[in-house]
Design a protein around this ligand. Structure first.
Ligand code: GDP
Length: 420
């Protein structure tokens, strides 16, 4: 098989960046298909840390073509800053190595402002404030600026006017703030478009021909299944579909609809950033332990992540929502030294026992049922935990990770069967 999807199986921050980087070595193309620069994939290569937000993790491998599909909301300013940081650390970011869909919806300064204003009210969701939500709203509201629009000034001016329309009323009358003038934003976007022009193209056609010719294509998910706008713990979700279906709508549809493998990435425990229900959340010393050892602070915002025990009902649900064919379990090293590990095998809801969550289940109303499990005692003591997860979830564990570095990974399953 020549296509592989990597999807977060929890609330994001599972270590997808590391696993994608590891498997990128075996791929020809690495493709982002949803989300925007709110992703924060941290990669550690030869001791050097790189945080990627918008650019696919494949960029660190010289032989890989990185692709940003049209389902991504594209922030031209943040792309150019990320490009600069990568180039300063010796990574080439050229149109030969990175193709961006001209059909991406564009994040504008107005989106960022709107996001930040909303987060400043009592009604906050805990977003990154980078304009992702407002950009997706405009896409669905059919008033988005598309990357292609940046390349033709008349078209851009028309699109920007439509884009600003209702927002102007919100800014002036609801929030009472001054906004960057239309002309200034127009010139800025036009200039950004000129600088990025060589990167824009038809990623859809490129992906189809690559898949047809047997190239190994890796689809890199951002955030996680439980943050999916439809499958996730609504309304504490991100604004895009983060689960499997987003590949078909945000990048391309492989022939027959089937991807070769769908790999879910999950931490050996659970974390969640921002607000929202979290059934297995821990407090006290265990929380301190997981947070400190796991360095649970967000890569994009620096916010502390909430920590909790492994949650099997949510993993079973994520596996079903995304059609997972295997799992990668990360951050096993964090559990070493823990006095006791608790695994949530089911929830109690009223008189009912639920072994799997479902869309719309009110997670604030469930009580987790735990079994105690021996925590791994040393760095190579992970087999028992791996077996336990495989049995409980009925899914093969294809990779284990016990450190941020590439070498701290063991692969049990073959993801790309051949290179044509
Ligand atoms: P992503 O958004 O899913 O890629 O996850 P993040 O990059 O936000 O968070 C994962 C963090 O955990 C990064 O700092 C990684 O370097 C780190 N990491 C990944 N795998 C492991 C692991 O197995 N052990 C430890 N200790 N850290 C890991």
């Amino acid at each position: 098989m020549s296509t592989l999807a990597i999807i977060g199986a929890q609330w994001g921050d599972e270590g997808k960046g590391k696993i994608t980087d590891f498997l990128s070595a075996q791929s020809d193309l690495v493709v982002r298909f949803q989300g925007g620069p709110n992703a924060g994939h941290t990669l550690v290569v030869e001791g050097k840390k790189t945080v990627l937000h918008l650019v696919p993790s494949g960029i660190l491998h010289g032989h890989v073509l990185s692709v940003i599909g049209h389902g991504v909301v594209f922030d031209p300013e943040s792309f150019l800053s990320e490009k600069k940081v990568l180039e300063e650390s010796g990574v080439e970011v050229s149109p030969q190595r990175l193709l961006i869909s001209g059909h991406c919806s564009v994040i504008t300064p107005y989106h960022r402002l709107l996001d930040q204003l909303r987060e400043g009210t009592g009604d906050k969701i805990g977003t990154t404030g980078l304009g992702i939500g407002p950009a997706y709203e405009d896409k669905v509201g059919r008033r988005a600026i598309r990357a292609w629009d940046l390349l033709e000034k008349k078209r851009l001016s028309w699109a920007l006017e439509k884009h600003l329309g209702e927002k102007k009323v919100l800014f002036e009358h609801l929030y009472g703030v001054d906004i960057p003038p239309f002309k200034e934003v127009l010139e800025k976007l036009w200039d950004l478009g000129q600088r990025i022009r060589p990167f824009f193209g038809d990623t859809f056609g490129q992906l189809h021909s690559s898949i047809t010719s047997g190239k190994r294509v890796l689809f890199e998910g951002a955030q996680g299944a439980l943050l999916d706008v439809d499958y996730g713990s609504y309304p504490f979700v991100t604004s895009s579909n983060t689960s499997l279906g987003a590949i078909y709508t945000g990048a391309c549809g492989p022939r027959g609809g089937a991807l070769g493998e769908v790999l879910g990435v999950a931490k050996a425990y659970t974390t969640r950033v921002g607000d929202g229900p979290f059934p297995t959340e821990v407090q006290g010393p265990a929380r301190e332990f997981l947070q400190q050892r796991g360095e649970e602070f967000g890569a994009t915002t620096g916010r502390q992540r909430r920590c909790g025990w492994p949650d099997l009902p949510l993993l079973r649900y994520a596996a079903r929502a995304c059609g997972l064919t295997s799992l990668a379990i990360t951050k096993l090293d964090v559990l070493v030294g823990l006095e006791e590990l608790k695994i949530c095998w089911a929830y109690k809801l009223g008189g009912e026992i639920l072994t799997e969550a479902y869309p719309g289940l009110d997670l604030s109303q469930v009580s987790p049922l735990y079994e105690n499990f021996p925590a791994p005692r040393k760095e190579d003591d992970f087999d028992e935990y791996k077996q336990r997860l495989q049995r409980a979830l009925g899914i093969e564990v294809g990779l284990l990770s016990w450190g941020p570095g590439r070498h701290e990974t063991q692969q049990f399953k073959t993801y790309f069967s051949s290179k044509d």
